[in-house]
Ligand binder design. Structure first.
Ligand code: COA
Length: 318
């Protein structure tokens, strides 16, 4: 009996991924030195559409890619990963071409790593911004070397008094913004706040946040929602995202409240336009880890209001 001839990469079809693929997706992340993030893959594969190519050697997946649709406004593309042993063979290009073809006229947006950026540029994507990934143990009071802005300083002082794990956190009386854990009936107000900030309806993602997050916190002023943020697990860290806030002080209040609920290091992908928040995070021990370039195809920039958009849910979803 003849043994089947070994399959080559070009013969392997692009197939849809489903929740049964969580482990091979996580294995591929590990292959590329990313956190396994099965939890994140679970969210992405239930709210978005995953594509994958099985490895011809039968050992899991050779490549993955994820699209997260936001109606006709745009589709976010992420989790573009190719196993090291299949790199530089045109597999990412093939996946991206398929994504672009499937999107038809719908614009695309992504956060490109240094490795991915040349390919996306080649395919017609334009850089429109940057995100700085920062991480480390959050120290509720600044390093002391640099004077913090007064709002940040008083927020941190107030947070230092809060017992670790305390759920609610209120900034000092100078500010009338308070934060508290989100309740089920906050979802509608969160969606209303999010829409002009993110520029499109992402109810399908926000509705999953309570189950996905370890902590979901809202900021209010005079009973009106002025921000919200989530904390979710990724490897040894807890990721802050999304982080939506009226201003930097509100963003700081949300981060401080979330940080008080965990002993693990924090991580966030902060829009590089928010230098004030980045400086404040640096003072509190979060160091630069890497950066990504925000790129779009078919639209000149991300829609929405960048002044209130401090960090994405994940770089795979925007
Ligand atoms: C980025 C990545 C997906 C590319 O996959 P790939 O299948 O090797 O890419 P392709 O073979 O289709 O290459 C397409 C183009 O991408 C660029 N490219 C690919 N790998 C690259 C690398 N390691 N460094 C710099 N450019 C690279 C090149 O421009 C290449 O064209 P060329 O071969 O004509 O020079 C892969 O290197 C990877 O998984 N990296 C780790 C995870 C990551 O950073 N993903 C991108 C997220 S935005």
């Amino acid at each position: 009996m003849r043994s089947p001839s070994p399959r080559s990469l070009v013969d392997m079809p692009i197939r849809r991924l489903n929740r049964g693929d969580l482990v091979p997706c996580a294995d591929l992340c590990e292959d590329r030195g990313w956190p396994r993030d099965e939890h994140r893959w679970g969210l992405l594969l239930s709210a978005g559409t995953g594509y994958g190519i099985d490895a011809p050697d039968g050992k899991g997946l050779a490549a993955t890619c994820l699209t997260m649709p936001y109606g006709s406004d745009f589709t976010a593309v992420g989790m573009m990963l190719v196993a090291g042993r299949y790199a530089r063979q045109g597999i990412a290009r093939r996946l991206m071409r398929q994504v672009m073809e499937t999107a038809g006229g719908t614009p695309l947006a992504l956060y490109a790593t240094e490795q991915g950026q040349p390919l996306y540029e080649d395919l017609g994507f334009s850089p429109v911004g940057r995100a700085e990934r920062v991480g480390g143990r959050f120290a509720a009071t600044g390093s002391g070397g640099f004077p913090a802005p007064s709002a940040a300083r008083s927020l941190a002082a107030s947070a230092a008094q809060a017992s670790p794990g305390s759920a609610a956190y209120s900034p000092p009386s100078a500010s009338t913004v308070t934060t508290r854990p989100a309740a089920a009936d906050d979802l509608q107000a969160m969606v209303r706040l999010d829409l002009p900030v993110f520029g499109t309806d992402r109810t399908h993602l926000l509705a999953r946040l309570p189950a996905f997050s370890d902590r979901l916190q809202v900021a209010e002023e005079h009973g009106e929602l002025v921000g919200y943020a989530a904390l979710w697990p990724s490897g040894p860290a807890e990721v802050v995202g999304p982080l939506i806030a009226r201003d930097t002080a509100t963003a700081q209040a949300l981060v401080t409240a979330l940080a008080a609920t965990t002993d693990r290091p924090l991580r966030a992908d902060v829009d590089a336009r928010h230098q004030e928040l980045l400086g404040w995070l640096a003072e509190r021990g979060l160091e630069p880890l890497s950066r990504t370039t925000v790129m779009t195809y078919g639209i000149p920039d991300l829609p929405g209001d960048a002044t209130r958009r401090f960090a994405p849910l994940t770089v795979a979803t925007g």
